[in-house]
Write a protein that binds this ligand. Structure first.
Ligand SMILES: NC(=O)c1ccc[n+]([C@@H]2O[C@H](COP(=O)([O-])OP(=O)(O)OC[C@H]3O[C@@H](n4cnc5c(N)ncnc54)[C@H](OP(=O)(O)O)[C@@H]3O)[C@@H](O)[C@H]2O)c1
Length: 263
């Protein structure tokens, strides 16, 4: 199965936002499936120690680049990092998120969400979509969120950015699929990552480990336009999107988020 995966999505996977949590787990599982890696994030020391671990464990080539995915020169930086490499898979994992009342957040911070969560994946989809379509194979995996399904009070801008990722991936699944390029949005629920834990949630929601989320996402690539990892999350998704009206789902999200982040 690893050989099939590497033949379809090798030789190199580019992971945008690879220094911790889900991003580092994508790196581990893709290295285990035999792909060489280009890892991007801002914290170079974390990327470098992950690279040492993966070269030793899996005998793959790993290159690291300290890049701010929200910066205007993103495309130039990515082209420099991948020059001469056959990138067969792009995982856009990074996200910027803000939790709290919309009116208490600065516009600059909200626009940074758009830069990192929307402009970044769109830029990489444009660049590598063309390259992969010309080659007739490849994969593009965007990390969306269950929050993408409806408006979400207290995370309104973040949820809207994840809806962009979901809908972009769905459209490209059909369009690029005709050129042999598999596109997937991963609609993850709460996942135990350093970023999630740093947000200090205080209520109880079903939580998954990064390894299970990443395994499910990679196994779903080429099979469907999007995936919700985890049985309990899929039930929650059915409840929110099929049983509740859209209006009721928004109110439910507001109550859940307020309970989770009441200090
Ligand atoms: N964790 C959850 O509960 C959950 C739930 C639903 C969806 N998701 C989605 O899953 C993805 C990963 O989730 P997570 O936040 O928990 O993350 P994570 O994988 O622990 O960390 C995010 C990664 O993105 C990098 N990153 C963030 N901003 C960046 C920037 N401007 N430039 C370069 N790299 C950047 C971080 O590295 P540096 O800090 O080193 O730059 C880190 O490596 C996100 O897209 C998120 O929306 C997560």
């Amino acid at each position: 199965m690893s050989a099939d995966f590497a033949a379809r999505y090798g030789k190199v996977a580019l992971i945008a936002g690879a220094s911790s949590g889900l991003g580092a787990e994508f790196a581990r599982q893709l290295a285990a499936r035999g792909l060489d890696l280009v890892l991007l994030a801002r914290r170079a020391e974390l990327l470098d120690s992950l690279a040492v671990e993966l070269r030793e464990a899996h005998k793959v080539d790993v290159r690291t680049f300290a890049v701010d995915l929200g910066a205007p020169d993103l495309l130039d930086r990515v082209r420099a990092a991948t020059a001469g490499l056959e990138v067969g898979l792009v995982v856009y994992n990074a996200a910027h998120s803000l939790i709290g009342p919309f009116l208490e957040q600065s516009l600059a911070d909200k626009l940074r969400i758009i830069d990192v969560n929307c402009r970044g994946p769109l830029t990489l989809a444009d660049e590598f979509g063309r390259i992969m379509a010309a080659r007739g194979k490849g994969g593009l995996l965007l990390m969306a969120s269950m929050a993408a399904a409806q408006g979400s009070p207290l995370v309104a801008t973040y949820a809207a950015s994840k809806a962009f990722d979901l809908v972009l991936a769905e459209g490209l699944w059909e369009e690029l699929g005709k050129h042999g390029v598999d596109v997937l949005a991963c609609r993850a629920g709460a996942t135990r990552t350093p970023n999630y834990e740093a947000s200090r949630p205080s209520g109880r929601v079903p939580i998954m480990e990064p390894a299970a989320v990443v395994r499910r996402a990679l196994d779903s690539l080429g099979k469907r336009p999007s995936v919700v990892p985890g049985f309990v999350n899929r039930l929650g998704d059915l409840f929110m999107t099929r049983l509740l009206s859209r209006r009721a789902a928004i109110v439910f999200m507001g109550k859940t988020t307020r309970r989770l982040y009441s200090r």
